[in-house]
Structure formats: C-alpha cells, structure tokens
Design a protein around this ligand. Structure first.
Ligand SMILES: Cc1cc2nc3c(=O)[nH]c(=O)nc-3n(C[C@H](O)[C@H](O)[C@H](O)COP(=O)(O)OP(=O)(O)OC[C@H]3O[C@@H](n4cnc5c(N)ncnc54)[C@H](O)[C@@H]3O)c2cc1C
Length: 469
C-alpha cells in the first residue's frame, strides 16, 4: 500500500475530541500515552498524537466522523495484547481505546447468547457465563488480559479450537461503526442467517481495518460437567505426533491437545522457580478431555493413556481437580513470558499446517535453526497444527540479528506453505507480517481484499499500515 499522508492532530481536533469524549478520556502527555505505543510484539512501537477512551457507540461514531472529515488516522485498540502490531498507531493520529466499553449487557439463557461490549476481558466473560452454567469456549492463552473486541478483530483462537472451534464460530451478531461514522447492525441472536453476504464473518478477523466493533452477540453452549487434563512426556516428538493422530483416528476429539518443547518447559521452570515433572523429556503433550458424564470421560481418558504409552510415552499424569489442572496449564500459559524473560529480544511466529504435517514442520524448523546457528523454541496447538515458533536472540550481536530475522522468517513461511499451511493461524498479519502476505496469498486475492478495504474505508483512515504490503 503506498505511504499515505494524513492531517496532523491540532488543537482544533483535540477540542472536538474533548467535546465528544470529555477531557478525562482524552490523553495527550507522552507519559499517559506510552502504554498505547506498543502491543506485545517485542521492540515494535509508534507514538499516537492523541488517545481517546470511548465510553459509548455514539462517541465512537462521532470520533470516526471527525477523523474522516479531517483525514486523521484512527487505530482501534483493546488491551494491546496483540502479537502482530495491530494496535500500534504506525501513522500516528488517534488511538481509539475501547477498554472502557466493558459491560456484559445480557446473558440470555433462553437463546443461549451473550451480548457484550468490546472492552470486556475474555476471562471475565468466561467466568460470568460459567456462573450461569454456560460456556464460551474460545480461550486464547492471554484470556485474562485481552478483550473480546480484540478477539473478534483478530479472529482469535486458543487450545480448545480442536473440539470447539475459534472466535468466528461463536459470533452471531455485531454492532460496528464504519469509518464514515455510520453504525451498522449485522445478524442477531440467530443460529441460522443467510441474508445477503456474511458481513459478520468479513468483520471477524479484519484486524480493525474495516470497522470498529462496539457490541458483540456470542453463541453459548452448556458448560460441560466433567473435565480431566493429562500431561504426557515423550522422548521423541514423532511419538507425540503419532499419539495425536492415533487419538483422532480412534474418534476421540479432545478439548485441547497442546505441545511444549523441552526448552519451553525449562524456561517456565526457571521463571516460576517450580518443577515440572519429566522436565528433561523432549516434548510434553497437554491433553484436555471434557463431557457431561464422568464414566464416558474416564473411558476416553483410559484409551488416550493407553495410546500414549503404546507410542512410547514415559508416563501419563492425570489432573482431575482444579488446583492440579491450574498447575499444568500455568506451565503452558507462561511460556511466552518465560521466553521473553530468557531472551528479551526474540521473534515469534504463528504458523499453521495440516495437523498430520506437524512432525515435518518441526523438523524443518529445527533444520533452519541449525543452519543459521540460532536457538528456536516451539510450542503450540498440536491438535490443530498451529505452532508458535520462537526465534531467540540470546547473545547474537545486534547487526547479525537484524540480518538474520528476515531470512529465518521467510524460510519458516516457505517451509509452512510447502506443507499446505499458512503464515498465521491466530495472531494476524497486522503491521509485522504484511510484507510477507504475498507469499501466502496470490495477487488476485490481495486485490480483492484491497477493493473491500476501499469500499469500507475510501480514505484509509481506519488502522492504516496493517495487513496490506
Ligand atoms: C501471552 C500471550 C498469549 C496469547 N495467546 C493467544 C492465543 O492463545 N490465541 C490467540 O488467538 N491469540 C493469542 N495472543 C494474542 C492476543 O492476545 C490476541 O490477538 C487478542 O485477540 C488481542 O486482544 P486485545 O484486546 O489485546 O487487542 P489489541 O492488541 O488491542 O488489538 C488487536 C487488533 O484488534 C483491533 N481491535 C481491537 N479492538 C477492536 C474493536 N473493538 N473493533 C475493531 N478493531 C479492534 C486492533 O486495531 C488490532 O488490530 C496472545 C498474546 C499474548 C501476549
């Protein structure tokens, strides 16, 4: 996308913004705006000219009308927990925070739907619906920090994708504000809806480039009554992968099948100063099963255990109570923090391949690591083929590191594509992957997407510098 020029935010625009959102919700000092300069991508930031914290849909609409009239860029933002620079205001302008729109508006038990504002923290949403015996399955590892609006904008996934799918599978209605300021309502509390093009699915995963999401209706399901988690250590990743294939071939679909490489487990142990059983194993699988009847879940658990041991697992550790389960999942959830602690400069990829290609993907990544003499640690979602590949700088000199990262990235992408995969499964293209979009999509598809962007946002005021090369 050619570089665009935008109008600078001046006192006239600031006065208007204060008129819309109130002085307390308009941040101007460098200190107040610092948290809005970056997301969770290491070493990537840009300064906004002003931050506005909206508290209602009509404020969002007025802000966008002003921005479009004055040709000022607007970057929507949830919690800033993204991993692709999506909420970073690369063209300056206005950062539009949705964090204060954080009310759960209705839990509708008759229709099994929840209506929520976008700034609600995903973990809070989980707890609120679970108190009613209901379940919203998508569970990004960042769930206690990120917002549901950010999840919708990124099309977020999580470990439970294996059995329950991802965010897009649960959105049945959206209120969104177009860059013109017009407010649109798509869908509703509907299980079925084929009325015209599916604008909901277009907006889900559009990374804040087409519209600002201000209200979300999500489908719920009954909360499973029984849950069990297994931690299974292996001396060989291939054996772990074979277990996964065998479990699926036996028509058991676990809630989650996560894998953790030895280096990722060791990093968490060092960070938390806690022992993980069999920490010298090459790989761990973390498998969750759920259902409504203890005896049925127990039958599946026994079979999963047998299959794991048949494929050479060292042990099968079972967690049935919440405290033990939390301990197992803490290891998985803390990996990103632990790797950041280990090597504060690092680079993370989020590739996905067909599940059966996982061993080839991991082997190929290890070959890339040894060819370039760099440490690469992998973990992720063995159940759905999504691998988080972490390239660690460790003590590599700065100059070599900046030359190395683009080369390693491109090799990882080409390897994944050659296996029938793609370059991001859940973290999005954002600002940090856009120069590689052409590797994954052909020109015709990128052109179609550009046209869609032009229709929604002819002046490109909404989240410019994202997705498109
Ligand atoms: C430790 C860690 C673990 C993670 N684990 C996972 C995981 O398991 N699965 C996963 O999918 N992701 C994961 N992520 C990535 C991240 O949490 C998700 O992308 C999440 O959806 C970001 O939400 P957020 O509220 O922080 O959004 P932000 O980072 O603030 O924004 C993300 C994007 O959404 C846009 N946006 C935000 N709100 C709106 C809105 N209301 N309307 C329109 N656009 C909007 C922004 O412009 C930006 O492009 C992880 C991140 C971390 C740091």
């Amino acid at each position: 996308m050619p570089a665009r020029t935008y109008r600078q935010v001046d006192t006239h625009i600031i006065e208007h913004l204060i008129g819309i959102a109130g002085a307390a919700n308009v941040l101007l000092s460098a200190e107040d705006m610092e948290p809005y300069t970056h997301d969770e991508v290491v070493g990537f930031s840009a300064d906004p000219e002003v931050v506005v914290r909206a508290t209602s849909t009509s404020q969002v609409s007025d802000i966008l009308k002003l921005a479009q009239r004055e040709k000022v860029p607007v970057t929507p933002r949830g919690a800033g927990y993204g991993l692709s620079g999506g909420a970073v205001p690369v063209y300056g302008g206005i950062v539009l925070s949705l964090q204060k729109m954080n009310r759960i508006l209705e839990i509708d038990k008759k229709n099994l739907m929840v209506t929520t504002e976008p700034g609600v923290i995903v973990g809070d949403l989980h707890r609120a619906v679970e108190e009613e015996g209901l379940f919203y399955p998508p569970d990004p590892a960042s769930l206690d920090s990120c917002t549901i609006g950010g999840n919708v904008a990124e099309g977020a996934g999580g470990p439970r994708a294996v059995k329950y799918g991802v965010t897009k599978d649960y959105v049945s209605g959206l209120e969104a504000v177009l860059p013109s300021g017009e407010i649109v309502h798509c869908g509703g509390k509907l299980v079925k809806n084929v009325t015209g093009y599916d604008l909901i699915q277009l907006l889900v995963g559009s990374e804040g480039t087409l519209a600002v999401v201000t209200e979300i209706i999500l489908r719920l399901i009954p909360l499973p009554k029984v849950q069990v988690d297994l931690l299974i250590p292996y001396d060989d990743f291939q054996a772990a992968a074979d277990t996964v294939s065998d479990i699926i071939a036996h028509r058991i679909v676990p809630t989650a099948i996560e894998f953790m490489e030895r280096d990722s487990v060791l990093a968490v142990e060092r960070l938390l100063d806690k022992d993980v059983p069999h920490d010298d194993a090459e790989a761990h699988l973390l498998i969750q099963l759920d259902g409504n009847r203890q005896d049925a879940v127990d039958v599946d658990m026994e079979l999963v255990g047998e299959l794991a041991l048949k494929h050479g697992a060292r042990d099968v550790l079972v967690a049935k109570d919440q405290r033990t389960r939390d301990r197992l999942w803490e290891t998985r959830r803390m990996i990103i923090d632990a790797l950041n602690d280990e090597s504060p400069v690092n680079h993370m990829e989020d590739v996905v391949a067909p599940r059966a290609e996982l061993p080839s993907l991991l082997k190929g990544v290890k070959d890339i690591a040894s060819r370039h003499s760099v440490r690469i640690v992998c973990f992720g979602h063995a159940g759905d083929g999504n691998v988080h590949v972490n390239v660690l700088k460790d003590r590599i000199p700065d100059v070599r590191w900046s030359d190395l990262v683009p080369v390693v990235r491109e090799e990882i992408y080409r390897l994944t594509l050659s296996l029938g995969g793609t370059i991001t499964a859940e973290h999005g293209i954002g600002a940090t992957r856009r120069q590689y979009l052409h590797l994954a999509l052909d020109e015709a598809q990128i052109d179609l997407m550009r046209h869609i962007k032009d229709v929604f946002d002819p002046h490109h005021i909404l989240n410019p510098g994202k997705i498109f090369p």
